[in-house]
Design a protein around this ligand. Structure first.
Ligand code: NAP
Length: 237
């Protein structure tokens, strides 16, 4: 494990982010970034925590400067996000506040992470920047409606990462940027909405993290800019 080879996990205090940080730490040094220190994540050899709020560019810039002194990041995973307790069931429920909050946290935040942290990826080795999106952000797959703000914010995230991926490739020939759907996962975010989930389809965070890391490991140059599910299948835009 070379000291200079880092994984960075944003949202490491969350359900999936915590599991990703844990599993990655068995393979490489991990810098966990979150607003509060993840539970059970003391500073130890190969495990670092730095404070960062994805909506506070100064905190991202500060974290990037500190990480630059530690090494290069071959994996950056953005596992932040917010669904809210009452996602809309109808157009009449839309509010500017809820729309703005969803777009800020789910779309703008991860794009600002890319703005500040992509410079930490190596120029001469493969690297992956993966932001957790959601299948419900697929326009082509949307047959049920509802959850307007969350869906639209994830569709916006997919477009932002696709756009960033094209630009990133100009300076990082081996750099890959993607969005990933983690499956339906038993975390605080999904807790109020788990009733209708079919047997065997509610993943533990560890199960989802293992699947996501397997997808990340299997990505090749042609996958740059894509939107993939936990099992590696491409999701329609
Ligand atoms: N769980 C599912 O079934 C499911 C399904 C599809 C997609 N996803 C996506 O997977 C990702 C992870 O979700 P999860 O289920 O692990 O949710 P979670 O347990 O609620 O974790 C969400 C994480 O986002 C962080 N966060 C929110 N706003 C932030 C901000 N401004 N700055 C920094 N961190 C911020 C939270 O930090 P704090 O602890 O500081 O609040 C927390 O670490 C999300 O993008 C979600 O949309 C989840």
């Amino acid at each position: 494990m070379a000291t200079s080879d880092l994984a960075i996990v944003l949202g490491a205090s969350g359900g999936i982010g915590r599991a990703l940080a844990e599993q990655l730490s068995a393979r490489q040094h991990v810098v966990a970034l979150s607003r509060r220190r993840p539970e059970g994540w003391p500073d130890a050899a190969g495990r670092i925590w730095l404070p960062a709020d994805i909506l506070d560019e100064a905190s991202l810039a500060e974290a990037a400067t500190r990480i630059a002194g530690m090494g290069e990041a071959s994996r950056i995973v953005v596992a932040t996000g917010r669904l809210g307790l009452r996602p809309e069931k109808s157009t009449q429920a839309l509010t500017l506040d809820a729309l703005a909050e969803a777009f800020a946290i789910n779309a703008a935040g991860p794009a600002l992470v890319a703005k500040h942290l992509l410079r930490l990826t190596p120029r001469d080795r493969p690297s992956v920047f993966a932001a957790l999106s959601a299948r419900v952000g697929s326009i082509g797959d949307n047959r049920l409606g509802g959850w307007h703000a969350y869906r639209a914010s994830k569709a916006a995230l997919n477009m932002l990462v696709h756009t960033i991926a094209i630009e990133h490739r100009r300076t990082r020939k081996l750099g890959i940027c993607v969005t990933l759907h983690p499956g339906t996962v038993d975390t605080g975010l999904s807790k109020p909405f788990q009733a209708g989930v079919a047997d065997g389809r509610l993943f533990t965070p560890a199960r989802s993290a293992t699947a996501l890391l397997s997808v990340i490991d299997g990505l090749g140059p042609d996958d740059n800019g894509g939107f993939y599910a936990w099992d590696g299948t491409a999701i329609p835009w």
